[in-house]
Write a protein that binds this ligand. Sequence first.
Ligand SMILES: Cc1cc2nc3c(=O)[nH]c(=O)nc-3n(C[C@H](O)[C@H](O)[C@H](O)COP(=O)(O)OP(=O)(O)OC[C@H]3O[C@@H](n4cnc5c(N)ncnc54)[C@H](O)[C@@H]3O)c2cc1C
Length: 508
Amino acid sequence: MQDNRIRDIVIVGGGTAGWMAAASLKRHFGSAPISITLVESSEIGTIGVGEATIPTIRRFYQALGLSDIDVLRATGGTCKLGIRFNDWLKPGSSFVHPFGLYGQDLNGVAFHHYWMRLRALGEQVPVGDYSLGASLAAAGKFTTPSRNPPSSLSIFDWALHFDASLFAKLMRQVAEQGGVRRIDARITKVNLRGEDGFIESIDLDTGATVTGDLFIDCSGFRGLLIEEALHTGYEDWSHWLLCDRALAVQSEGKGDPPPYTDVTARPAGWQWRIPLQHRYGNGYVYSSRHATDDEARAVLVGSLDERLLHEPRKITFNPGRRLKAWNKNCIALGLASGFLEPLESTSIALIETGIEKIKLLFPSRDFDPCVVDEFNEMSRLEFERVRDFIILHYKANRRTDDPTGFWTHCREMSIPDTLQKKIDLWKAQGHFIRYRWEMFSQPSWLAIYAGFDMLPETYDLSVDGLDAGQLSGALAEMRRAVAEVVAATPPHGDFIERYARPQPVAAE
Ligand SMILES: Cc1cc2nc3c(=O)[nH]c(=O)nc-3n(C[C@H](O)[C@H](O)[C@H](O)COP(=O)(O)OP(=O)(O)OC[C@H]3O[C@@H](n4cnc5c(N)ncnc54)[C@H](O)[C@@H]3O)c2cc1C
């Protein structure tokens, strides 16, 4: 029998994507006869941003044998209960999108129907008051979730903010300990096989050539293999996602770090603020059609009142996705596979799901087209689902004070049919559509709909069966239960101080 199994994996790029893939695939294959080589160029460097995550990252590193505390310490990390959106609905508005549930369903009817009836009765309580995650975040407090939550009211999850370069370094350490071979060199040429155009090898500036069976392209936006060598093509989404630039700057920290990412609407986009133990990460993501680089810089720098650690760095990007994440014997991960702006911290999560898909559909050297097609279909759907969720944040704004026209454009633009259908059903009935490969589940959609005051015209009729006084009492009881836990929880800064003081992994 011919042995067609893959023996040599070559990963191109040593940013977050490359080292996450190397660490995870090495762990997965263990002592199976597969070699993994990672080629990166310390001369070129990495993008150096990507510091806010969603809870799936914790499952990812736990599978590598790392605990939350290990990662917090190694990366100067802090805990993240969600994202606080400031000024998005309109100036002065604010809400938290938490990683967790809202309220308790009653009699088989989703909680939000009860909440909406109470609103119709005149009690305008923010939905966040029924979420332990959102309430802890708003109070600047943190505790890890109970292992045996007494009720759904106490269910929440959390993620991390971390220093991107320290996280990549930690992944590298795990990968190299597992036996991944690293080559520090610049790739000068990608060699394709004459008969079928598959990648045969890469040439390095050291004069060496590296051959492989499967190439994983983690080379960043340029897509050295997937695009420059294989010309795979790109689907551009800039008509829905107008932002195509970011200015990133690190600043000194001050005070207790909040347990959430701050994202604040600005004239031509939005600004992030990510607390770490040793500094803050800041950036302005903006549309070059609505602000010049100088105007963006003035907005960013003008909003920061602590010392900046360097000049703001400009990053140019093109929202969209690679037409095929997997083409021939090359799979793109990370920025090489496409880019959706970091509003909901989804890029690293898409790297995780990409790695899981590689494990699930690991090919032989035949590269059976049905395996490749399935991978590409899953990737397409994942990207599109995230895209729709992000577009909702723009579409739903009511910012009428709009000197650049950015927000008006977003409010008035047509949106993908898949998203329009979701919004229509939500508005008509308070019902959520959940498609395959959604990254965000119902509570997240509720957070954004409610945060933007985009509420259904009606609620489930069965809720009218409940006496108004009883309803008000039951929901007040839920709020009381949440508030009690918040009152008894220490500040996030105490948690960091106690468990997570930095012990960065050694620099090279
Ligand atoms: C403004 C901004 C903010 C972001 N914020 C977040 C966030 O908060 N959360 C989140 O999840 N994601 C975020 N992201 C995305 C996140 O930064 C990336 O998904 C992540 O860093 C992975 O990057 P990468 O490894 O694909 O690419 P890179 O970090 O760019 O790494 C590319 C690698 O390829 C190597 N390389 C390139 N060319 C060659 C060559 N010729 N020879 C050898 N090596 C080569 C480089 O040396 C480098 O090692 C953000 C992105 C941007 C642009």
